[in-house]
Structures are given as structure tokens and as C-alpha cells.
Design a protein. Structure first.
Length: 136
């Protein structure tokens, strides 16, 4: 479990990552900071596309960067949007998390000002996930 100060630091890095968002269609910038079990941090932002389907969320950007670097063990992710309410990972991002993370993986979400912070486990966010453990 990571402490409150580390959660704040991750949220600050997620806010920094949000500044790189390419979101001309939704005008909703999102940043993420993914903490690996060995203490490395990978940042990501949402990147939109006019045809919408190729759009990628900040969470998956961070995960895919880490996976490309060979990381497979993750502790937590902080996600911060540009809205007044906390930014929760979408279903696709939660499913990616289920592929690579345990049920106790922490998801830290916040609104744009960090005045509202919510911390949940992956199991709380995606209680009936489908993953490698379900494959024959």
C-alpha cells in the first residue's frame, strides 16, 4: 500500500502529464502516472483522433509505455482529469489493468484541482474482470 504523500506525488505527475493531452474534440484533458512495483513512474495522457476509435486514454498510454519497457508488475495509478469531478478509468482501461495487475492494485482519481481524491482497488472498480487467469 502506498502512503498519502506518495499518492499526492503521483497526482502531481498525473497533472503534469495532463498538460500534454491532445484533446481537441472532447476538450477533456486527462493525465496519468503509473507506479511500478520497483518504483519507476510512467506518465501518459489522452490522445484523441477525429475518427474517435483510435483515441487512447491516458491510463493505457502509461501502461503501454511501461509494458514496452518490459515492466509487468504495477502498484498504483493516479488519474486526473480537467473536470470538476474525479476522472475514473473507462471500462477498456480497467480491463487492461486487469490483464497486468492484481486485485489490490490502487487507482487514485482526482478532479482537476485535487480537492476531491478517491482511492479504490482494481477489485472495487472492476469486480468481475476477465483476464489471463480465465483463459484455458
Amino acid at each position: 500500500m502506498i502512503g498519502t504523500e506518495q499518492q499526492k506525488a503521483l497526482l502531481a505527475l498525473a497533472a503534469e502529464a495532463r498538460s500534454h493531452s491532445y484533446s481537441p474534440y472532447s476538450h477533456y484533458a486527462v493525465g496519468a502516472a503509473l507506479l511500478t512495483e520497483d518504483g519507476e513512474i510512467y506518465q501518459g495522457c489522452n490522445i484523441e483522433n477525429a475518427s474517435f476509435t483510435p483515441t487512447i486514454c491516458a491510463e493505457r498510454t502509461a501502461f503501454f509505455k511501461a509494458i514496452f519497457d518490459g515492466k509487468r508488475d504495477f502498484a498504483a495509478i493516479a488519474v486526473i482529469g480537467s473536470g470538476e469531478t474525479p476522472a475514473f478509468p473507462c471500462g477498456v482501461c480497467r480491463q487492461v489493468m486487469a490483464e497486468f495487475c492484481g486485485k489490490d492494485f490502487l487507482i487514485i482519481t482526482s478532479n482537476r484541482d485535487c480537492t476531491e481524491v478517491i482511492v479504490k482497488t482494481l477489485d472495487q472498480m472492476l469486480p468481475c474482470s476477465f483476464g489471463p487467469k480465465d483463459m484455458p
